[in-house]
Design a protein around this ligand. Structure first.
Ligand code: NDP
Length: 393
C-alpha cells in the first residue's frame, strides 16, 4: 500500500525493518537509510534478497534528505535515528509533503533537555499541508501513552494518578552497558528527576526518589523516579489528572558505574581538550562501551513496562495495572535484537501501519494518546507485544 523510508539503521531500526518486511502487504516498498551505508547493509542482509532497498543519508541535512525522499518517492518517514535529527527530518517531510513518525522527542546535542516544544511548534505547518506527524511511537513514550488512553476510555470517568513503571530485568553479562544508544540513555538517567502534581512540575535530585515495585513475572525491583517525556503530553490529554510519575529499575552495578563515570566527568556533553584534540567525554564513552546492538545475543531475562492508573468510575474508586512483558531471548530469536530495541521498534511499525491504513489520521503534530487506543492495543497483541490488565485494590 505504501513506500516507507526508515531512517537510522541502529538497534531500533533493525526491528522496525524486520517488522515492516513481516507486514509487506502494508509496506509495499521499504527503504532503509542511515549515516553509514554499511549499517543498512548489515540489516538488509538479514532479510530476503530484495526485501529492503538501502541508501546513505545525513539526516542532519534537510536538503540532502529531501532530495532522497523525492528521488525514491517515499510516502512516510519512520525516524529511528537519534533525537538530534527530529527537527531536520520533520522539515524534510514538510518540504516533500510526506508524513512523519518518531519514537523520541527532539534533543539539542549540546543541551540535555527533553521537551516537545520545538516539535509541537510545527503543528500549524503540518496542518496547512494536510500531513500527520506522529510523535513518540515507541514503548515509553508510545505504548505507555496508549495504555493511558485505553484506561481513560474503558476504565475511568476521571484518572487522578498515573505511575509509569519501566523494568528491564535483562542480564547481558557485562558489568556496565546501555541497552540503547549510550549517549541518549545516560543523558536521561543522569538528569534531575521531575514529576507533575496539581498542575506543577516538581524537580528532584537524580535518583532521589526510590520505591520497590513487584513486577509480575519479574519480582520486586528498586525503581527510581526519573523525568520522562511522555508525561509532558499526558498531563495535557488525560482528564482530571492530579499526579503523574515515571519510575525505572536500575541494578546496583549500573548505578555505581554511572555515579563513578559522572564523578570523573565522563558523562560531560561539552568539548574538552585532550592532547591538542577536542573531544566530548560522553561521545568518547560511547566508543568504549559495548555497542547496544551487540548485546542482543547475550541478553537473557524479561522486560516489564506498564502503567498503574487510579481514579473514579461511576462514583467509585478504581485502580488498574496495564503491562507488557517481553523476553529478550525470544526477541532476539525473532528479529536479531534484544528486548529494549524490540519493544521500541514494534510500536513504531504499528504506528506507521495505522497511518498508512488511515486508521489513525489527522492533520498536524500529534501524540499517541490523542488517537483511538483500541486498534493500537489490538495490533500490539498481533505483532508480538501482548499486554495484560489487572485490577488492583
Ligand atoms: P542507535 O544508536 O543504535 O541507532 C541510531 C542510528 O541512527 C545509528 O545506526 C546511526 O547510523 C543513525 N544516525 C545517527 N545520526 C544520523 C544522521 N545524522 N543521519 C542518518 N542516520 C543517523 O540507537 P537506537 O536504535 O537504540 O535508538 C534509536 C532511537 O530510538 C533513538 O532516538 C532513541 O532515543 C529511541 N528510543 C526510543 C525508545 C522508546 O521507547 N520510545 C526506547 C529506546 C530508544 P549509522 O549506524 O549509520 O552511523
Amino acid at each position: 500500500m505504501s513506500h516507507v523510508l526508515i531512517i537510522g539503521a541502529g538497534g531500533v531500526g533493525r526491528v522496525v525493518t524486520h517488522k515492516c518486511v513481516m507486514n509487506k502487504d502494508i509496506f509495499t516498498k521499504i527503504t532503509l537509510a542511515s549515516r553509514r551505508l554499511s549499517s543498512c547493509k548489515t540489516i538488509a542482509d538479514e532479510l530476503p534478497s530484495g526485501a529492503v532497498s538501502i541508501e546513505q543519508v545525513d539526516a542532519d541535512n534537510t536538503d540532502e534528505l529531501a532530495e532522497l525522499i523525492e528521488r525514491i518517492g517515499a510516502k512516510l518517514v519512520i525516524n529511528v535515528a537519534l533525537p538530534y535529527q527530529d527537527l531536520t527530518i520533520m522539515d524534510a517531510c514538510l518540504k516533500t509533503n510526506i508524513s512523519y513518525l518518531d519514537t523520541a522527542n527532539y534533543e539539542h546535542p549540546d543541551v540535555a533537555k527533553f521537551e516537545y516544544k520545538e516539535q509541537w511548534a510545527k503543528h500549524e505547518a503540518f496542518k496547512e499541508k494536510g500531513l500527520l506527524a506522529l510523535l513518540g511511537s515507541g514503548f515509553d513514550p508510545g505504548v505507555t501513552n496508549v495504555f493511558c488512553a485505553y484506561a481513560q476510555k474503558h476504565y475511568f470517568d476521571e484518572i487522578h494518578t498515573i505511575d509509569i513503571l519501566d523494568c528491564n530485568a535483562g542480564d547481558h553479562g557485562y558489568a556496565f552497558a546501555t541497552n540503547f544508544n549510550p549517549e541518549i540513555n545516560l543523558r536521561e538517567v543522569s538528569a534531575k528527576g521531575r514529576y507533575w502534581e496539581e498542575g506543577k512540575w516538581i524537580e528532584t535530585e537524580p535518583m532521589e526518589i526510590k520505591m520497590v515495585w513487584d513486577y509480575p513475572e519479574v519480582g520486586p525491583k528498586d525503581s527510581y523516579l526519573l523525568y520522562h517525556e511522555e508525561m509532558e503530553s499526558l498531563v495535557k490529554h488525560i482528564k482530571g489528572l492530579k499526579r503523574i510519575r515515571f519510575f525505572m529499575t536500575f541494578g546496583e552495578s549500573y548505578l555505581t558505574h554511572m555515579k563513578c563515570l559522572e564523578n570523573v566527568g565522563m558523562l560531560g556533553i561539552k568539548e574538552v581538550e585532550h592532547k591538542g584534540q577536542k573531544i566530548v567525554p560522553m561521545e568518547f564513552l560511547r566508543t568504549l562501551l559495548p555497542d547496544p546492538a551487540s548485546l542482543g545475543p547475550r541478553t537473557k531475562g524479561l522486560t516489564n513496562i506498564g502503567i498503574v492508573a487510579e481514579g473514579i468510575k461511576d462514583g467509585k474508586k478504581k485502580k488498574i495495572y496495564i503491562y507488557q512483558i517481553s523476553d529478550h531471548e525470544k526477541c532476539y530469536a525473532e528479529v536479531k535484537s534484544q528486548g529494549v530495541s524490540y519493544t521500541t521498534g514494534v510500536p513504531a511499525m504499528i504506528g506507521a501501519k495505522l497511518m498508512i491504513e488511515g486508521k489513525w489520521s489527522g492533520q498536524g503534530v500529534f501524540n499517541m494518546e490523542q488517537f483511538d487506543p483500541d486498534i493500537f492495543m489490538d495490533e500490539l497483541n498481533k505483532q508480538g507485544l501482548p499486554w495484560q490488565i489487572k485490577e488492583l485494590d
